[in-house]
Write a protein that binds this ligand. Sequence first.
Ligand code: ADP
Ligand code: MG
Length: 255
Amino acid sequence: MKHVVEVHNVGMKYQSLNGEITALDQIDFSIRDGEFVSIVGPSGCGKSTLLSIISGLLSSTSGSVFILGEKVTGVSLKIGYMLQKDHLFDWRTIYQNVMLGLEIRKAATSEAKEHALKLLKTYGLYEFKDKYPNQLSGGMRQRVALIRTLVTDPQILLLDEAFSALDYQTRLAVNDDIHAIIKKENKTALLVTHDISESISMSDRVILLSKRPGTVKNIYKIKLSGDSRTPLSSREDPEFRRFFQEIWKGLDVHV
Ligand code: ADP
Ligand code: MG
């Protein structure tokens, strides 16, 4: 499998009124096609900064990022970005929300519209297409946000704390739901989370960042015993606990 994301020696320094802040230092890793990778690390260690750099929204002060072998110089259609807030517009219907990215890109062709309707059907939202976001549950809204991202057909999905606004039970269900959709659509995913359990249950590998300036402290290859695991069933795997303890130790949490 070839690498679809390559991060080479990325560093980031912000200039602020109080001087310079080094957010990231010599970040180096790659992601293979179809892989699901999570990034965990203490708050403020530069996780969101790193995703913004990979997405091309922000340029790093050193190092470089390659997406499908091409150096990132700006935002790319190959990448879909999902944030903690679903950013659905209350005054647009579900269908209109899903179509927004395509409209902005002037890419709302009849083919694209069909693709949008097909995704809504496949993922159980077709009957809700003319409803408004406030008529949907948190989990369904998150699914709409994912479909809005998928409809532009990105190969790589970046998810920044995409589930943290949901209550615990909903989050477990949405983890399963979104993981299944990402796998079915054959996407490569990079999820930022501060939740160790979420990272182990969703991912093939977990990248642990140190506290600021964020550096790669460790990379864990998650190998659980069940083969057809889902994020929910993973949590019952006997190996799950071992990974949790290892990452917890690595995070070095103090209160
Ligand atoms: P995380 O997502 O891991 O919580 P961030 O990437 O948001 O961390 O931020 C990393 C560090 O960089 C923090 O100390 C934050 O205050 C600082 N930072 C983030 N954005 C800016 C900015 N635009 N200007 C100055 N400092 C920033
Ligand atoms: Mg963040």
